[in-house]
Design a protein around this ligand. Sequence first.
Ligand code: 13P
Ligand code: SF4
Length: 334
Amino acid sequence: MREIQKEIRQLLDDLDAQLVAHFYQKDEIVEIADFSGDSLELAKKASQSDKNLIVFCGVGFMGQSVKILAPHKDVIMPKVACCSMARMVSSGYYDASVALLQKYGITDILPITYINSNADVKAKVGKMGGLVCTSSNANKIFAFAQKAGKKIFFLPDRCLGENLARSAGLKSAVLGVDSQEKVLRADVICYNGFCSVHQLFMPADVAFFRQKYPDILIAVHPECRPDVVELADFVGSTSQIITYVRSLPPSQKVAVGTEFNLVNRLRPPYEGKQNTFVLSASIPECPTMNETTLKDVFEVLKAYKNHRPYNQINIDATTAVFAKEALNKMLELS
Ligand code: 13P
Ligand code: SF4
């Protein structure tokens, strides 16, 4: 263990704090975390933990989710970096979308927001009786939503919305992009947001790997474009991808369409050969996830210990109430 890692562990012990990290964090952070996980696991485990101080290494909406679910805890983030997809929707854009739907004559909607959205947007969704989903429980949440007999307004990730609709045999359209007629026909109306990292994977990348290694398997995150998801052998959340890839025979080649820090630590080489590939010629790095360094973790802990806390997550009370309703509905179903 590096010296700074030991110092961080010592500070965590002194403060009786828990360090949690999303799987996309740098290796040096994941190595010393009390636990790492996907967005659903982290929201659940960190909010239910017996520690009162949570040091969250991830992106802003993840730390917010813990604070909303466990308001009595102190949640600090070494870097409060905002997921680029979450930044594509605000409460103002949410209102404008609902107004456009109303203009089209669509008034009875069930809003579902991907967890990759900020607290104010979750609150808007909660206030309208909607709920949150993550990539690991999205199918379940969709199955529940279908029973409500309403059109689903899904935000902010159009790709996830379109992929879910397709796998459930539902019609989808993208608000503000597709025609009014298409939106009126759709069961799932998607907001026009996307993940800048998962957009990097292209059908040509799948073709390249399949041509080079005819027996290769392709596993992708559902934030990938629908035309990539259609070509994949496996589609799943971060944790589901880990389980899938690690259950393959070690000689089985697999190309994975998700963040490169995670892909690189999925499987060690087998008999000197690397059989796990990043499904892209470029480096699909989530810039905001990668902002957090060991130094940031050390500094935020030291400041907290010296009673000069910063990067503490706080959510205003009204926002928290409605955002919690939307999050709790998801947790009840997953
Ligand atoms: P997971 O829910 O799989 O952790 O995904 C979160 C995310 O931001 C993926 O880009
Ligand atoms: Fe957001 Fe994409 Fe980064 Fe996930 S990978 S945190 S969706 S920008």
